[in-house]
Design a protein around this ligand. Structure first.
Ligand code: PEP
Ligand code: MN
Length: 322
């Protein structure tokens, strides 16, 4: 009897042609929209390709706390299949009296963790003046939800030349978000990763409302890689694996997940952080969804090859670069 995995297929993710009304609706951000020449942007970070068909897990603590915490986490995450280590050295906090991050010391710890684990680093930059410093240590600059419309920060970050992980503002529409991405492109940096991290709605049961429809829409209209942050979207570790599965099914290119060796002792966001076993379980549960995604990519490549009379391996590359 065939396994359900062998019989189930996912709907095709993304479209080659963008619906005309969407082109009009997002016309202020023309360069982030798909067109005949560009169907996918691949962001290259060390030996990784984000947006090229491979699924990239980014994980780590909310805040960089101690070198021991960070290196233990990085080593575990590498073994568990993560490719990028996250961790805040400069922390935007809801309360000004909460831990604000170790700053430069935190960046140095991240660099040591990269050396130990081989994982690339993504970390937040909060102010224009800090961009050169953070860009010296990070492989990807994270722009947080509170800064999505801080245009002078976006400009400075774009000009650093580092790839930018642009989180959605908590009260930003998709059009607002794409305008910010457009500004980064306008400043000479094509390497933008969009990150859906939940928005504020009338619903207060959870920290945020995870807008999975934004992911589905972005996969239709934009060539930029799209990832999801199920940790900030839910605010509760029990819900993180389910939101991660939903995000993968909707077509994300990767996830950004908070993981801590002892979430109950975390200096920030412990209630939404997975412990090591929780991260391993989440990854294992994602496997069937990732398999489907692999098979879909192979089917699209085969269909493209059939259509154009192109060898499959070449068609896959064409599919990836658009
Ligand atoms: C974070 O990633 O730790 C963070 C502060 O995220 P956001 O900007 O989405 O709140
Ligand atoms: Mn956090």
């Amino acid at each position: 009897m065939p396994l359900w995995r062998d019989t189930l297929t996912l709907p095709r993710i993304g479209a080659r042609k963008v619906r005309y009304s969407w082109l009009e609706q997002f016309s202020e951000s023309p360069d982030v929209l798909k067109n005949a020449q560009r169907q996918h942007t691949i962001v290259r970070v060390l030996d990784l390709e984000i947006g090229g068909g491979e699924f990239v897990a980014m994980a780590g603590p909310c805040s960089v706390e101690t070198e021991f915490q960070l290196i233990a986490t990085a080593n575990h995450l590498r073994r568990a299949g993560a490719r990028i280590l996250r961790g805040g050295a400069f922390k935007p906090r809801t309360s000004p009296y909460s831990f604000q991050g170790h700053g430069l010391e935190g960046l140095k710890m991240l660099a040591r963790a990269r050396q130990e684990s081989g994982l690339a680093i993504v970390t937040e930059v909060m102010s224009e003046e800090d961009v050169p410093l953070v860009a010296d240590y990070a492989d990807i600059l994270q722009i947080g939800t509170r800064n999505m419309e801080n245009y002078s920060l976006l400009q400075a970050a774009a000009r650093s030349g580092r790839p930018i992980l642009l989180k959605r503002g908590m009260v930003a529409t998709i059009a607002d978000w794409l305008r910010s991405a457009q500004l980064i492109l306008d400043n000479g940096n094509p390497n933008v990763i969009l990150c859906e991290r939940g928005i504020r709605t009338f619903e207060t049961a959870l920290r945020n409302t995870f807008d999975v429809s934004a992911i589905a829409l972005l996969k239709q209209i934009s060539h930029l890689p799209v990832i999801a942050d199920p940790s900030h979207a839910s605010g509760h570790r029990e819900l993180v694996p389910a939101l991660a599965r939903v995000a993968v099914a909707a077509g994300v290119d990767g996830l950004l997940v908070e993981v801590h060796p002892h979430p109950d002792k975390a200096w920030s966001d412990g209630e939404q952080s997975l412990d090591f076993a929780g991260f391993d379980a989440m990854m294992a549960d994602l496997d069937p969804y990732l398999d489907l995604r692999q098979r879909e990519a192979a089917c699209h490549a085969a269909a493209a090859a059939h259509l154009h009379g192109t060898p499959i391996a070449e068609a896959r590359v064409m599919e990836a670069v658009g």
